[in-house]
Design a protein around this ligand. Structure first.
Ligand SMILES: [Zn+2]
Length: 75
């Protein structure tokens, strides 16, 4: 699940992920929304918003890869 994540182009022309609100680069984090479920998250370092949440790293990598292909980079 991706929510509030944006893409920006770095100086090398590569898409990197950022918070769509503050354009801060997110941190990878772990969380447990339910007692027995560990999830992988992408969290904005500045506003603390959860930008993505996945049940496995495989799912995270797959979704982020697809997101990078279709995102319109912020300028
Ligand atoms: Zn933010």
């Amino acid at each position: 699940m991706i929510d509030g994540l944006a893409g920006v182009k770095n100086s090398a022309g590569t898409i990197v992920f950022a918070c769509s609100k503050c354009r801060t680069y997110p941190d990878h984090a772990y969380g447990a929304p339910n007692k027995d479920q560990l999830v992988y998250m992408l969290v904005c370092q500045k506003c603390g918003r959860t930008l993505g949440e996945w049940v496995s790293t495989e799912q995270r990598e797959k979704e982020l890869r697809e997101f990078a292909k279709r995102v319109e980079p912020l300028t």
